[in-house]
Design a protein around this ligand. Structure first.
Ligand code: HSE
Length: 432
């Protein structure tokens, strides 16, 4: 190993700029910790002329990320461009093919091509590090891969998208509309360029695919994840949840079941007393249920330049030390193909909100349909119907553990009976 680690960074947006700053301000500590001088020697960005408030006086500009990645002037390539194809994929592949280690924050790229890239890294004896790709500044990748290596993991779940958590927190605490809260999150720079990635649950799914592979030793399979976003969550649900002792979070959950590893992203009721319920705003949290440690929750900033840069720089430091872990915890050929556990088999409690027509026998008919499908009700709350809503009474049911199939079939029958005026709202409950 040479005394100097020469770094090239592609992408100088919020995170790229923060990495440049951290490498400069932490230079002497990083050298002391790793035993090597880490020097930024090359960069590329879409608009080199933009004022970024960072000192790039001694740094060479490259025409594009692939030129930078393939150059023999660098030892380590940092990809902060984003996107699951195009320049991000081409440059990461170019770096690995030329034996350079790669640090990336790109969850979409990893969710789609993570296994192929890990194989390429293995073939070329290079490191592929991606701490920043999941939960920003929370070191969950290293926690699962190294810190919990002596555990068998049963479940990993978390609030993995700051934008969604910000929106749900603001809606609940300030009584603001979904649209107002989304506009705020965009203004604050939390949301992805296309916010449907955030609110539709896809960003969470990309991160969950990475966590699942690390936690269960399976190949990434983002296609196997059942994904629902927060776009249909209303203030009525948030308030009803609170009354029932829950809070609504967009969770990514990966869980070992008798049928395989279940992976799902959906709005979820979590008990108000759980650590994950306390996580508000743009903050992320990940809980791991494992046999030796029992339960562990990591909480921290999930988005933002400096927090994400902290994770990128930690990976750079590992590579400077000569650490080259198997990207997903095991050599690629030892990762197993995940057995899929379809969502219909999911078992758990459910919150169901119905707009029930004010007709004699409606409540009895609903209860009968639930009984027919062997669903046991933990609570039923009916509010008074009023003329302003067309004599429709809001009814909230909470079930004991049942299956997704039973709930869907019971609701189809209730709809067919004609007692409800709107599509029912269904939110799964995740118990501790
Ligand atoms: N848009 C993402 C979020 C940024 O809101 O969490 C970090 O991946």
């Amino acid at each position: 190993m040479s005394e100097i680690l020469r770094v090239g960074i592609a992408g100088l947006g919020t995170v790229g700029g923060a990495v440049v700053r951290l490498l400069a301000t932490q230079a002497s500590d990083l050298a002391a910790r790793t035993g090597r001088k880490i020097v930024l020697v090359g960069v590329s960005a879409r608009d080199p002329s933009r004022e970024r408030g960072i000192d790039l006086a001694d740094v060479e500009w490259f025409a594009g990320p692939v030129e930078l990645a393939a150059s023999d002037k660098i030892d380590l390539f940092v990809e902060l461009i984003g996107g699951d194809e195009g320049p991000a994929r081409a440059s990461v592949e170019a770096a690995l093919r030329t034996g350079k280690s790669v640090v990336t924050a790109n969850k979409a790229l990893l969710a789609k091509h993570g296994i192929a890239l890990a194989r390429l890294a293995e073939q070329h004896h290079a490191a592929l590090a991606f701490e920043a790709s999941v939960a920003g500044g929370i070191p969950i990748v290293k926690t699962l891969r190294e810190g919990l290596a002596g555990n068998s993991i049963e479940r990993v779940y978390g609030v993995l998208n700051g934008t969604c958590n910000y929106i749900l927190s603001r809606m609940e605490l300030e009584g603001l509309s979904f649209a107002e809260c989304l506009a705020e999150a965009q203004k604050l720079g939390y949301a992805e360029a296309d916010p449907t990635f955030d609110i539709g649950g896809f960003d969470t799914a990309h991160k969950l695919a990475i966590l699942t592979s690390l936690a269960f030793g399976v190949k990434l399979d983002a296609e196997a994840i059942s994904v629902e976003g927060i776009q249909d969550i209303s203030l009525a649900d948030l308030h009803a949840a609170r009354e029932l002792g829950y809070r609504v979070k967009l969770l990514g959950v990966a869980q070992r079941t008798p049928h395989g590893v279940e992976q799902r992203v959906h709005p979820t009721m979590v008990p108000l007393s759980s650590p994950i319920a306390q996580v508000m705003g743009v903050t992320n949290a990940v809980t791991v249920d494992a046999d030796a440690v029992n339960e562990l929750t990591l909480v921290g900033p999930g988005a933002g330049g400096m927090a994400t840069a902290s994770a990128v720089v930690a990976d750079i430091a590992d590579i400077a030390r000569g650490i080259r872990s198997a990207p997903f915890g095991l050599p690629v050929d030892h990762l197993t193909a995940p057995e899929k556990s379809p969502m219909q088999r999911h078992e758990g409690g459910y919150y169901i909100r119905l707009a029930v027509r004010n007709q004699i026998g409606a409540a009895a008919a609903i209860a009968a349909r639930m009984a027919q499908h062997e669903i046991s009700l933990e609570s039923i709350v009916q509010r008074r119907a009023c003329a302003s809503n067309g004599s429709v009474a809001p009814v909230v049911l909470v079930t004991y553990a049942t299956t997704e199939t039973s709930v869907r079939e019971a609701l189809a029958a209730i709809l067919a009976d004609g007692h409800v005026a709107e599509k029912p709202q269904v939110i799964r409950i995740e118990r501790e």
